[in-house]
Ligand binder design. Structure first.
Ligand SMILES: [Fe+2]
Ligand SMILES: [Fe+2]
Length: 140
């Protein structure tokens, strides 16, 4: 995959987990990923790239915490496997940060490539599994 080949993310109904709070967080992640992609395409200075990457990472932490809070609250049966997936994501991110100590374009590119893939895949498989449990507990 080259930088030019990476497309912006567009929200589609099939990504929905049917819970507004969670959908809004996923949508927000799409927005920040697209911002990062724009920054790559316009050759944004490293400092600004670093800011976008930081906000993305912070938002991701916040989002994982939201999902995991409901898992515990609702005694979700797949809590452990789902949290393990979130941890795997964190490990990949840490490895990427070690590879690129500075927020370079190469780093941003590799991050976007990984994030788009990971997020769509996670949304469509792992996140979909909690929909019934969340709905059964009254979230919508
Ligand atoms: Fe998740
Ligand atoms: Fe999620």
């Amino acid at each position: 995959m080259t930088i030019a080949e990476i497309k912006k993310l567009e929200w589609e109904d099939k990504y929905s987990v049917g819970v507004t709070e969670i959908d809004d967080q996923h949508k927000r992640m799409f927005v920040v990923i697209n911002e990062l992609l724009d920054a790559i395409h316009t050759n944004t200075p490293a400092e600004h790239l670093g800011n976008i990457i930081d906000s993305l990472v912070k938002y991701k932490i916040f989002h994982f915490a939201t999902e995991e809070k409901y898992f515990k609250e609702f005694n979700y049966e797949e809590t452990e496997t789902h949290i393990a997936e979130h941890h795997k994501f964190n490990e990949r991110l840490t490895a990427l940060k070690e590879k690129y100590p500075e927020p370079t374009i190469d780093f941003a590119f590799e991050l976007v490539d990984f994030l788009e893939d990971w997020l769509i895949n996670h949304l469509m498989t792992v996140d979909q599994k909690y929909v019934k449990c969340f709905h059964d507990h009254g979230l919508k």
